[in-house]
Design a protein around this ligand. Structure first.
Ligand SMILES: N[C@@H](CCC(=O)N[C@@H](CS)C(=O)NCC(=O)O)C(=O)O
Length: 319
């Protein structure tokens, strides 16, 4: 774990001391867009872009789901890092289902960031959407990348499925805000807190938000009604990791997702959505968290359970 400062790798953990023991996520550094317009810098082209992901990471997982749903697999290839993120950050070390760096054969992901700018100061995160033509990072913010995948390649793929429809923008933004801050990032705030107070605040906000979402999902099939949207996929990648990792490793243990009838059925439905199960790799997920965060789990022992029966009937059809 670490970051690049003036292009040099520094091995250090998140600084929570200057923030009363609270974990604060930094914003992403590359925020360009692929646009289906003649004068755009990045235009949709088959084979032009490459996606760097970790199968463990909930943010990168969103982009893999959208790549699958929007039929982009033959147009945008993927390099998968090793789940073990140790003193040099994400690496391309050999591991089952990790691919190595298909473009440059680098050892570490930070080398990709310094290829763009030899004096960069940045965290080195996944996902990364890479442009092979200009050899740079287009975007390393998953919230943007899923919208790019949702809308910018439609003319290439012929897939016009829309997970961020105009008429639902306001509702989606509102639920995204609650889910991002208290659930997606909430599990990290809980797990990375370094004072009792910061932990208790984060875990309370997390379970308040889960209770709210449970209530909503007990009367409607998806977060904004009858139609599945990006808001659901953004929540899913946290839910699917919850009982496996966050409940134990991050001490998010007031309840399990298995204890919430609506959330549990909803998570199973999304898991069973065509193509989605193939994007879920529990070996990477568990290995990453339990093995990489040695300050939380110094023995690096990876637990064996739980078995979640994810293919069992989800019972959501009647909603
Ligand atoms: N805002 C980013 C966050 C991505 C992120 O934090 N990814 C984690 C993996 S789950 C990472 O690469 N962390 C390395 C670090 O923070 O140094 C996004 O959503 O794309």
């Amino acid at each position: 774990m670490g970051l690049l400062v003036d292009g040099k790798w520094q091995d250090k953990w998140y600084d929570t001391d200057s923030n009363d023991g609270k974990f604060k996520r930094e914003s992403s550094s590359f925020r360009d867009w692929v646009e289906d317009s003649k004068d755009a810098r990045y235009t949709p082209e088959s084979g032009r872009y490459h996606l760097y992901v970790s199968l463990a990471c909930p943010w990168a997982h969103r982009t893999l789901i959208f790549r699958k749903l929007k039929q982009l697999e033959s147009h945008i290839d993927v390099s998968v890092v090793s789940p073990e993120m140790l003193d040099k950050g994400w690496s391309f070390k050999s591991f089952p289902a990790a691919t190595g760096d298909k473009l440059y054969n680098y050892e570490y992901l930070h080398q990709l960031y310094t290829r763009v700018d030899a004096t960069i100061t940045s965290r080195v995160t996944v996902p990364v959407l890479w442009d092979k033509k200009s050899e740079t990072i287009v975007n390393n913010e998953s919230a943007d990348i899923i919208r790019i995948f949702n809308q910018s390649f439609n003319s290439l793929t012929g897939n016009h499925d829309d997970y961020y429809p105009q008429s639902l923008h306001a509702e989606i933004e509102e639920i995204n805000q609650l889910v991002y801050s208290n659930i997606n990032n909430g599990v990290y705030k809980t797990g990375f807190a370094t004072t009792q107070k910061a932990y208790e605040e984060a875990v309370a906000a997390l379970f308040d938000a889960l209770d709210l979402v449970e209530q909503r999902l007990s009367t409607q099939r998806y977060l904004v009604g009858k139609r599945i949207t990006e808001a659901d996929w953004r929540l899913f990648t946290t839910l699917i990791r919850f009982d496996q990792v966050y409940h134990g490793h991050f001490k998010c243990n007031i309840k399990r997702i298995a204890d919430y009838p609506a959330l549990n059925g909803y998570m199973k439905e999304l898991y069973q959505y065509p193509g989605v199960a193939e994007t879920v790799n529990f070996e990477h997920i568990k290995r990453h968290y339990y093995f990489s965060h040695t300050m939380i789990n110094p023995t690096q022992i990876v637990p064996v359970g739980p078995d979640l029966a994810l293919n069992a009937p989800h019972g959501r059809e009647s909603l």
